[in-house]
Design a protein around this ligand. Structure first.
Ligand code: NI
Ligand code: MN
Length: 226
């Protein structure tokens, strides 16, 4: 599997399928591609915030891709004429060789509709994706929580995608602890550097977390082969 970082929390997992996660491309100053150039079979959305839902609907329509997200958000997106699969925390879904497990995240979520109304859209989540025998844990936006240990024990992720930008999510100190709880083989930092408010030094995270596992720092557009 090839893991491509598209900046912020957006990743493309390329294997037997193309799994896109949190495709915030348009309006992301760090995005290395434009949304029109992205091809995907499945799109996972961790929550309704604009920097995660991003271009999901447009990309789904153009690629005929399925959007996987929490039930409440799926009901909202289904009205936008895309195919959705609304699942809930703790459950797994199997489809064409991919296994997706929805796990908790400690965050908030809302959604702005086309009239500018702010509406509730279910709980924020993370995902464990298994494809071609490789397991990737995308935490979504989250603070540190003890049950990350359970996620590590149950699903034994090979790769953990972990936010380090602080303010809206964990900062470096919490992210290092999260890696210690989950114990992946490889950790890749995300959700930093996009805006001044979430500036963080990924090399500082690497220095601290590398005592626990391998840390791969990507630049937007770069990829890591598992
Ligand atoms: Ni968020
Ligand atoms: Mn966010």
């Amino acid at each position: 599997m090839r893991i491509v970082w598209l900046g912020h929390s957006a990743f493309l997992l390329e294997g037997s399928k193309r799994v896109l996660i949190d495709p915030f491309i348009t309006g992301n100053p760090m995005a290395p591609v434009s949304a029109e150039d992205i091809k995907a079979d499945v799109i996972l959305v961790t929550h309704g915030h604009g920097d995660h839902l991003g271009d999901a609907v447009e990309i789904a329509k153009r690629n005929n891709a399925l959007i996987v997200c929490i039930h409440e958000l799926s009901r909202i997106l289904a009205k936008r004429d895309v195919e959705t699969m609304g699942m809930n925390i703790g459950g797994s879904a199997f489809s064409s060789g991919i296994r997706v497990t929805m796990v908790p995240a400690l965050h908030s979520a809302d959604f702005e509709d086309e009239n500018g109304e702010i509406i509730s859209c279910g709980a924020p989540v993370g995902f464990v994706v298994e494809m071609d025998g490789v397991k990737v844990y995308h935490t979504g936006d989250t603070g540190l929580f003890m049950d990350m240990k359970l996620i590590g024990e149950l699903y034994e992720p090979d790769v953990m995608l972990v936010p380090i930008g602080d303010f809206y999510t964990m900062g470096i100190r919490e992210a290092v602890k999260a890696v210690e709880l989950v114990r992946p083989k490889v950790a890749i930092p995300m959700h930093y550097g996009t805006f001044p408010l979430i500036d963080a030094d990924p090399m500082e995270f690497k220095r601290l977390a590398e005592k626990i596992c391998k840390v791969v720092v990507l630049k937007p557009g770069e990829s890591y082969e598992v």
